[in-house]
Design a protein around this ligand. Structure first.
Ligand code: CA
Length: 512
């Protein structure tokens, strides 16, 4: 028996719809409304709902995702090769702060059990972070971290974990190049992430370009008590064993401090939630991202901070975002970050079309415009109140654009530096992605993926496509799960298995 054909058309103006059925639909299928399919169309791919003349816009999300390369008949498969990429939005003429959404009613009474910090921030876990000034020490730090987990952590039950903040930076780089500020401030701000409880310590080598003092918080005085630094080349160390003992001793002092901390009831407004997607497909913009957008609105209504990122996935929908900027200054900051990224790509001989992956295309996304229109939906509907350059610390509550590359690990690292304490990650193709410093709640765009990856995916937003759940229902589910995970009452699948990707710095400056 043929399955009931299911199509989703997002907007009344759309002249294409996507196929929902898991096995796609065969040629000859008669869809609701009488449309006959002329070709086999895979799941997530687009079908023309009417005749589209050559050069005419192909419309999804109520916007042109491209122009027809040749005439397309109703019922045809609108493959990637039929969709010509439109010109990117022109920055100079973008409207700024012209369409401010009406404020949503405040959402009161929601709280979580968090770790309060002296600087007023609140962590969702209690982790000892060991900062490093250079990759040379990474092997030693990994060795020590394994020993701390085995020998020291059992003695300090209120500490959740220990993480070495290893990275590829620190030496062999143009440390005074203007763009070096990005990796340097990222490292500095990573150590200030609320989940690390203000317990700073640095392991350096001694001869590296990034001297450990440069990792001090801006404007802070360098008291050795508050900011202990250990250099492996220090002449007091005779051999590896002595270095390891000294780092263990330094770490144990910090563990004692962190172990005194307890979870306490904190308002939901203390949350700093990062949003990201990876392995997107044509469902991202109709299931997972709208549900995450609904959850983002709930968080903002509760007074929390929500960050969205990924410049190359926002660029082609920037005309939808600049009108939502809280004021013209925020609008100009958005444009400044996009233009900086355009120049960065240009230097590398690439442009925005470099973003889409083979997996995106198999998943039905024709190009970056279609991907971007589906991606920005996760920002919800509230005004954008601030813009952060890569790795800057968040300063405001509400919806914030934190400019980062779209690369999952780079975006994750930069959001951690900005102060993110939990990330919500949407995926269509599937990724086992996770972060050691903050929990990652993974939301699948399709039920088939949620079923196949039943022990990796935390939320199934695919139910929205089949009508089994609404965007609002899944949005509330995500919101409640955020509160549970932030309180340490529930674990994400990635944390349960200990699946954590490496910190990956964004270094747009030259390597020497
Ligand atoms: Ca990403």
């Amino acid at each position: 028996m043929q399955p009931k054909p299911l199509l989703i058309r997002v907007h009344l103006d759309d002249n294409v719809a996507i196929v929902i059925n898991e096995d796609g639909l065969p040629a000859g299928t008669i869809c609701p409304g009488g449309l006959a399919l002329r070709e086999n169309i895979p799941q997530g791919h687009k079908v023309a709902l009417c005749q589209i003349p050559e050069g005419a816009p192909i419309t999804r999300y109520g916007a042109a995702i491209g122009y027809a390369a040749r005439p397309i008949a109703a019922g045809n498969w609108v493959q990637e090769s039929l969709v010509l990429l439109p010109e990117p939005p022109v920055m100079a003429t973008l409207p700024l702060a012209t369409r401010l959404p009406a404020p949503l009613p405040p959402l009161e009474g929601y709280s979580f059990q968090g770790f309060r910090n002296a600087d007023g921030t609140v962590g969702t876990r209690n982790v000892l972070g060991i900062s490093t000034s250079v990759q040379c020490v990474a092997g030693v730090v990994d060795f020590v971290v394994a020993r701390i987990k085995h020998e020291l952590l059992p003695k300090y039950p209120n500490v959740d974990d220990v993480v070495g903040l290893n990275h590829a930076y620190g030496c062999g780089v143009a440390i005074d190049a203007p763009d070096a500020i990005i990796p340097i401030r990222t490292l500095r701000n990573l150590a200030l992430n609320p989940n690390l409880g203000g317990a700073l310590m640095v392991v350096g080598l001694g001869c590296e370009k990034l001297q450990p003092e440069r990792l001090l918080p801006e404007g802070a005085a360098a008291s050795p008590e508050d900011f202990p630094i250990l250099r492996l080349q220090d002449e007091r160390f005779h051999g590896f064993g002595e270095m390891v003992s000294a780092i263990m001793e330094m770490a144990e002092k910090r563990l004692r401090e962190l172990d005194r901390r307890r979870r306490e009831a904190c308002p939901a407004s203390a949350l700093v939630v990062g949003l990201q997607c990876g392995g997107s497909d044509a469902f991202s913009g109709v299931t997972a991202n709208p549900a995450v957008g609904f959850a983002a609105d709930l968080l903002v209504r509760a007074g929390a901070t929500v960050m969205f990122s990924e410049v190359t996935e926002v660029r082609d929908a920037i005309h939808l975002l600049t009108p939502r900027a809280a004021d013209e200054e925020v609008g100009r900051a958005l444009i400044r970050e996009i233009e900086w990224y355009d120049r960065y790509l240009e230097r590398g001989g690439a442009d925005r079309s470099a973003n889409t992956t083979p997996g995106n295309k198999t998943g039905g996304l024709a190009n970056i415009v279609e991907k971007a229109l589906g991606s920005v939906v996760k920002s919800g509907s509230t005004p954008i109140v601030a813009v952060l350059s890569p790795g800057e610390r968040v300063r405001r509550k509400g919806l914030v654009f934190a400019a980062t590359p779209a690369s999952d690990f780079v975006c994750g690292t930069l959001q951690l530096a900005s102060g993110m304490t939990l990330q919500v990650f949407t995926t269509g193709r599937g990724t086992p992605y996770g972060l050691a410093m903050a929990p990652v709640v993974k939301v699948a765009t399709r039920s088939a993926l949620s079923r196949r990856w039943h022990d990796l995916i935390d939320v199934d937003a695919g139910q929205i496509a089949t009508g089994a759940a609404t965007i609002e229902q899944v949005g509330w589910e995500i919101f409640h799960l955020i509160l549970e995970v932030s309180s340490g009452r529930k674990q994400t699948w990635a944390d349960r298995w200990g699946l954590h990707n490496a910190l990956t710095l964004f270094n747009p400056a030259p390597v020497t």
